[in-house]
Design a protein around this ligand. Structure first.
Ligand code: ADP
Length: 274
């Protein structure tokens, strides 16, 4: 409608310009639609635990003379409250990585420290599922970027590997330096022996709120925002995240990020205030 009307008015200016304008409007519309979808998704995701909490609190009141029932409902309230907290935290993380320029306070970040932190974060869950975690190749490698964002990205990948794997399997984290045309990069690959991801879903898992199996994801405390955060962090650091997966066999998520080179460190030393 609008785009066509505009294109008719500017048609005499030449078809190239018209094409550009139409593309611009289409892109603006697309961005607006994505924003609307996001708000609708957030609202829906918030409503679910809030609605459950409201029903459960009513149930607690009705069951006031049955201590066992009260305990059961209170336990479920706790689960819903945790879900809500996770969701709000991930929304804050997502908005941070979208709004903060990671290179503003970039520093060398040691890969072995990031990996240790990510493993620590999942130790409890991996323990209850008897999942073995092993890391290799991380010594003497440093990334260049925002420590908090990089930790969130790797942490999410390792957490997913544990969440989407059956008991008594292995999660491996392997780092190596790769030479790419744009300079030295580091690849960190997180490999699991879990449920895997179909080709169709592979294209969508990095979208905000996209989950292959929402029920399973919710049961593990998932919000559907983790991989969107990972993708954003990788891109804003000048890197990327890729996935290889075979359904029923497992997945490998690979983060490729710029290495902290001596030259970069010198540049920031000069810019240090004071
Ligand atoms: P969630 O909070 O649901 O884990 P993510 O954005 O981290 O959200 O992941 C999106 C979806 O991608 C998950 O719900 C899951 O279906 C799928 N997924 C992510 N990591 C893995 C993995 N290692 N193995 C299998 N499926 C995965």
């Amino acid at each position: 409608g609008e785009a066509l009307a505009v294109s008719a008015r500017v048609a005499p200016l030449g078809s190239r310009l018209v094409l550009l304008l139409v593309e611009d409007l289409t892109e603006a519309r697309r961005i607006e639609a994505v924003r609307r979808d996001f708000v609708a998704n957030v609202s829906h995701e918030l409503k679910t635990p809030v609605g459950a909490l409201s029903l459960l609190s009513e149930a607690v009141m009705d069951a006031s003379d049955d201590p066992e029932a009260v305990e059961r409902f209170a336990g479920r309230m706790q689960i819903e409250a945790t879900r809500l907290t996770n969701l709000v935290q991930e929304l804050i993380d997502l908005s941070r990585v979208q709004n903060d320029d990671p290179l503003e306070d970039a520093e060398p970040v040691r890969v072995d420290e990031l990996v240790a932190e990510a493993i620590d974060r999942c130790r409890h869950q991996a323990g209850t599922k008897q999942i073995t975690m092993a890391a290799g190749g991380t010594a003497d490698l440093s990334l260049w970027g925002n420590r908090g964002q990089l930790a969130a990205a790797l942490g999410n990948l390792v957490e997913n590997a544990v969440n989407y794997s059956p008991a008594r399997t292995r999660v491996g984290i392997a780092a190596r330096r790769v030479t790419a045309p744009g300079g030295e990069h580091i690849e960190i690959a997180v490999t699991d022996q879990g449920i895997g991801i179909s080709d169709k879903d592979k294209e969508r898992i990095f979208e905000r709120f996209y989950r292959v199996d929402p029920a399973r994801s919710r049961a593990t405390g998932g919000t559907g925002l983790g991989l969107a955060i990972v993708k954003h962090v990788a891109a804003s650091h000048g890197g990327e995240v890729t996935v290889w997966s075979s359904e029923g066999q497992g997945s490998t998520f690979t983060l490729r990020l710029p290495e902290a080179s001596a030259a970069r460190e010198r540049v920031t030393d000069h810019h240090m205030p004071g």
